[in-house]
Design a protein around this ligand. Structure first.
Ligand code: FAD
Length: 275
């Protein structure tokens, strides 16, 4: 049985939250292991994330808040973590996060995701299942492929249970990443993060920012189609379905969907996969 999980970002309005609960309801038919809700850089969505996690947990108790440490004090982090523990949250996606340009990482009390994992483990023991980020195409700040593997291993050594990858459209990147992790003695499960293709301009902009590679052939096809929303969605569905098929055939233990708060594109891919 492959693990399926769905990620949302927290809406800022009442109407947005209601809409998202409706989306969650639709996705429940796929029996996900968990939902997750992102956390804005430097704590910018702190309250929205908390509020949304409470609401999402009413329909699925295993809903994981994302928590990024950068730009937050140790006390602010522990206040959140202890609050989640008291409410019965049992999973956290533990991240470093990004700061707006110009703000130095050096000032942060808890600097990297491995420090965050170590802090949560030291303070709360085994209470939480801790997910961390993995980068088959390398994080933009990593010096090399091997450097990136070392960072992931450091997070597992600090107490992380499993990884979720940044999205990618080249299945081989995941295959080689997993081969190298295993060769270096790390056997933590790593779940591919899957980004649906919905809006070409947004996807290009976001990918350029986070270092996700859009292969040249795919960039070209999407550029041709970009003014035809229906064509983008149909082609995107096919590309993402094939990517997931390959990943599952390669032994990926499951799939984590960046839903962009939409149910239909994800449900269609899962239907295509027979999941
Ligand atoms: P880290 O694992 O700490 O690593 C980032 C980089 O820091 C490394 O590549 C390395 O260059 C350097 N580094 C790490 N450890 C050390 C060390 N000990 N010594 C020296 N250098 C080191 N962002 C958000 O703001 N909110 C979210 O909700 C969010 N959710 C995400 C979910 C997933 C599944 C993924 C893949 C990413 C998510 N992100 C989110 C983005 C993430 O915060 C950024 O990619 C960020 O730049 C790195 O975070 P990280 O946890 O991977 O950092």
């Amino acid at each position: 049985m492959k693990r399926i999980s769905f990620e949302f970002f927290p809406p800022k309005t009442e109407q947005g939250r209601e809409k998202l609960l409706n989306t969650q309801q639709k996705l429940l038919v796929k029996k996900p292991e968990f939902f997750s809700c992102t956390f804005g850089a430097g704590g910018s969505t702190r309250d929205y994330t908390k509020q949304m996690v409470d609401l999402l947990r009413e329909q699925h108790p295993d809903t994981a808040p994302h928590l990024s440490c950068i730009g937050q004090s140790r006390d602010e982090i522990m206040e959140l973590v202890n609050g989640y523990k008291e409410k019965g949250v049992t999973r956290i996606v533990a991240l470093r996060g990004d700061l707006p340009s110009g703000m130095g990482y050096a000032q942060s009390e808890v600097k990297y995701a491995d420090d965050l994992v170590a802090l949560i483990r030291a303070e709360t023991g085994d209470h939480f299942h801790l997910e961390v980020a993995a980068y088959p195409e390398n994080h933009p700040q990593s010096r090399s492929f091997g450097d990136d593997i070392d960072h992931f291993k450091r997070k597992v050594a600090a107490g992380a249970d499993s990884g979720i990858t940044q999205y990618f459209y080249n299945a081989d990147a995941y295959g080689y990443y997993m081969d190298e992790l295993r060769r270096r003695g790390c056997d933590a499960p790593v779940y591919p993060g899957i980004m649906p293709i919905l809006n070409v301009a947004n996807l290009f902009r976001f990918s350029d920012n986070c270092g996700a590679d859009i292969p040249r052939w795919l960039r070209g096809r999407l550029t041709d189609l970009q003014d035809d929303e229906a064509a983008v969605k149909a082609f995107g569905e096919e590309v993402v379905t094939r990517l997931c098929e390959r990943l599952l055939a390669m032994g990926a233990p499951g799939l984590h969907f960046y839903t962009m708060n939409q149910a239909t594109p994800i449900l269609r891919v899962l239907d295509n996969l027979g999941l």
